[in-house]
Design a protein around this ligand. Structure first.
Ligand SMILES: Nc1ncnc2c1ncn2[C@@H]1O[C@H](COP(=O)(O)OP(=O)(O)OP(=O)(O)O)[C@@H](O)[C@H]1O
Ligand SMILES: N[C@@H](CCO)C(=O)O
Length: 293
């Protein structure tokens, strides 16, 4: 690869935050980086993500880039990612965002972040991962009639402990577990909980954030059979004094919002309960997508 290399950096994300199904998300301090190398005859994607992830133009990142700018000249790129695939930490969104940013850079398209959020949402289907991946921090967003509205806000300085199980759960499979319909009165409650959560986050009302994050009425109950550790970790969180526990994105990762002083106890107790996944301490990431040249 040449000397002057462009690096595209995209953070992981945790979507829903409990009751904000398909609309709320935060960016986290875990990253995918894509380094743009030299021109080649064919696209080459170097990575350590496993044999299932293509290394040519079939790779999701390159497909996304070519979808935006079909005439891009092939390059060699190197992808490094700490974000586990299909675990509820927004890996597909990082691939989509990296692909759009790659096309924007190589094709000199000059697309700004708001337009990137619109295009990324069209590809992902909902904005709750792609919007914070691009904008950083906390984002409340809606996608109606093909148009995205996204509002970035400041998430209070809280620490996150991700419990990442040792199995994958594709978003598509996790969405199949969702009910087709919700009764009107339940939908009203579900929406009101999400609204109150947004207000609590933006006003830094820590006393309300925890209970509201655990009061989802849209998706967690329906997904319990796919993520039975959610109930175990939530109960443990109450015992240890965590602020909140919720299903990150479509799962299976469970996010525990917890003071750092309680993390060691929490992990010890969870392991004693037989939970075999790994734990990762994360912070809110404030910048979102960064392209450095
Ligand atoms: N860096 C990458 N390069 C190529 N493909 C990727 C990459 N990251 C993710 N993918 C594709 O996206 C799939 C995972 O997407 P999926 O929506 O199921 O989960 P997720 O995005 O990790 O979780 P969630 O949306 O719940 O946060 C992977 O199985 C893979 O096909
Ligand atoms: N809101 C989405 C996030 C995962 O892409 C879901 O829960 O299915």
């Amino acid at each position: 690869m040449g000397k002057k290399m462009t690096v595209i950096k995209v953070p992981a994300t945790s979507a829903n935050l409990g009751p904000g199904f398909d609309s709320l998300g935060i960016a986290l301090s875990m990253y995918l980086t894509l380094t743009v190398g030299s021109k080649c005859d064919e696209w080459v994607v170097e990575h350590d993500l496993g044999a299932d992830i293509p290394t040519d133009e079939e790779n999701m990142i390159i497909k996304t880039a070519l979808g935006l700018a079909p005439n891009l000249e092939p390059h060699k790129v190197r992808v490094e990612s700490k974000i586990p695939l299909a675990r509820g930490l927004g890996s597909s969104s990082t691939a989509i965002v990296a692909g759009l940013a790659l096309a924007n850079h190589l094709g000199k398209l000059g697309i700004g972040k708001d337009e990137l959020v619109q295009k990324a949402t069209e590809l992902e289907g909902h904005p709750d991962n792609v919007a914070p991946a691009i904008l950083g921090d906390f984002v409340a967003a809606t996608y109606v009639n093909g148009h995205v509205t996204s509002v970035k806000g400041n998430f209070p300085k809280l620490s996150f402990l991700a419990y990442i199980p040792d199995y994958e759960l594709a978003t598509s499979q996790s969405r199949e577990a969702l009910p087709e319909q919700l009764a009107f009165k339940d939908a009203v409650i579900a929406g009101s909980v999400g609204n109150a959560l947004v207000a609590s986050i933006l006003t830094g009302n820590l006393a309300e954030i925890g209970p509201l994050m655990e009061a989802d009425r849209y998706h967690e109950q329906a997904r319990l059979k796919l993520v039975p550790h959610l109930e175990i970790l939530r109960k443990l969180g109450h015992e240890v004094g965590a602020l909140a526990t919720y299903l990150s994105g479509a799962g299976p990762t469970v996010m525990v919002v917890i003071d750092q002083s309680k993390v060691a106890d929490f992990i010890k107790e969870a392991q004693a309960l037989g939970l075999t996944g790994r734990f990762e301490q994360l912070e809110v990431e404030r910048q979102g997508l960064v392209v450095s040249e």
